[in-house]
Design a binder for this molecule. Sequence first.
Ligand code: FE2
Length: 319
Amino acid sequence: MGYLFHNNPEAIVLTDQNNHVIEVNESFCRTFGYSKDESVGKHIDELVAIGTHFYEEATDMSLRVSSGSMVDVESMRRKKDGTLFEVAITAVPIIYKDKFYGIYTIYRDISDKKRAERKIREYVDYLKRVWIQTISALGSALEKRDLFTAGHQRRVAKLARAIATRLNLAEEDVEAIYMASLVHDIGKIKIPAEILSKPASLMPEEYMLVKTHPKVGFDILSEIEFPWPIAEIVYQHHERLDGSGYPRGLRGEEIHRLARVIAVADVVEAIMSDRPYRKGRPAEVAMQEIKALKGKHFDPDVVEACVSLFELDVFTFDD
Ligand SMILES: [Fe+2]
């Protein structure tokens, strides 16, 4: 038993009812820099937490353990030389026949683990930034060629993100919607620019060609292993609840719920922005249009969320 205590790789300290140190093991001395003689008899919180922001938390914790609860926390403690380090603390009350005798506390130095976690988080943030830059670049490649859609994807992305946030969607869903919107028309890269910017109505065969863009977008984007279902969302952004959309005529629940958000944002942006052959129309017109098609073409919750954004005047396309 004694061997296990003294040679345990984790720092262990045994304290009495008043939280004064009775015994420490070798790892405790190594971790905190105090000798056994310097530790025994001292109040444990004064030894490892005094003079830090964590003193109050340490004394609170001691109090909780003294009243019989086991405590498991991650916090910071101080070494003899004053350096703070991240530590996982498990403190167990020693109770025998309903009498409290003291506390058995284990300290695990987790600074390496925390450092590694921070590195991973920074790396994930970096990757996300690169994803956004890559997707934005991809989106603007299309807009450079086709002035007709210049800014369209970015404005749809802004509105779709606002709707998703209003719908209280999870953060990764909001991100997915934003990313997918930025490239939702990327498949138009395969359509001749004259057709895209044609002021008059399209010939049936031209319209057939335009309707291929969600699938072309899907083919382009599914080459990339995104952490979000971007290709599938792009594939479905022209599908409508009643099956009247394209390219596959999906219905209701068959349509990805995130694609249903972009569908509304796409239509609203298209109505409100200027086109070579007409001026943009006011928000009220766009809202009337989506309200009229609520439940037929568009998801009712998405329509409600979008309408409330404009009615409450909390959204604008302008930067
Ligand atoms: Fe589109």
